[in-house]
Design a protein. Structure first.
Length: 204
């Protein structure tokens, strides 16, 4: 059994084209044509695919395993990327307008920057190492998950070398140093605890 992580890449452009083709060939049933209450998406919990589509044949979902030697779907064209980015920005703006309409006191969301990405990795790593536990509760430690997150920060630092501003590079290097130091301290504690002999039972 291979230790390499496996994931699947789905070419959603093919799915969309096949769904459009199915829609032209077969008329939609009244149940499928009816929009969800309120015009929004419907959350499906513990419902099989056949139940979700009410007995209709599910659309084919082409999957490509992103393993060694596997062929990935072709990258999107520049026009596809531009159209998708424009649609994404418009959808995100509609969502923000809805949130601000219901909560007028909420200001505009800050623009996501490189520092936000680094901070997200930092917070994830520290939580995985037990930080943020409520007072009186035993911290839950995912040391292997923390190692993965820290290694991802290392990959980010390696791949962005020479392409960051001075402030961005300083932030990344500082965060990487801090999480690695916390990892070293935590693993030292785990090692020491693991090497301690068991305590003899107390005499009555």
């Amino acid at each position: 059994m291979s230790d390499k992580p496996k994931f699947e890449v789905i070419d959603r452009r093919k799915i969309k084209a096949e769904e459009e083709q199915e829609g032209q060939q077969q008329p939609a049933s009244p149940a499928e044509a009816a929009p969800a209450p309120g015009g929004g998406p419907r959350l499906v919990v513990n419902e099989s695919k056949s139940e979700a589509r009410q007995g209709t044949k599910p659309a084919a979902t082409p999957k490509v395993a992103a393993e060694a030697g596997a062929e990935l779907p072709p990258p999107p064209t520049a026009q596809e990327s531009r159209e998708q980015k424009a649609a994404y920005d418009a959808s995100a703006q509609r969502l923000e307008d809805m949130v601000r309409a219901q909560n007028p006191a909420v200001g505009a969301q800050p623009q996501i920057s490189f520092e936000h990405l680094v901070q997200q990795f930092y917070v994830s790593a520290m939580i995985q190492m037990g930080a943020g536990a409520q007072e009186g509760q035993r911290p839950r430690v995912d040391i292997l998950g923390a190692r993965t997150t820290i290694d991802l920060l290392g990959v980010l630092a390696e791949k962005t070398k020479g392409n960051l501003t001075e402030a961005e590079d300083k932030t990344l290097q500082t965060v990487l140093f801090e999480v690695r130091m916390a990892f070293l301290e935590l693993t030292s504690m785990i090692t020491v605890q693991g090497m301690q002999p068991p305590q003899p039972p107390k005499k009555a």
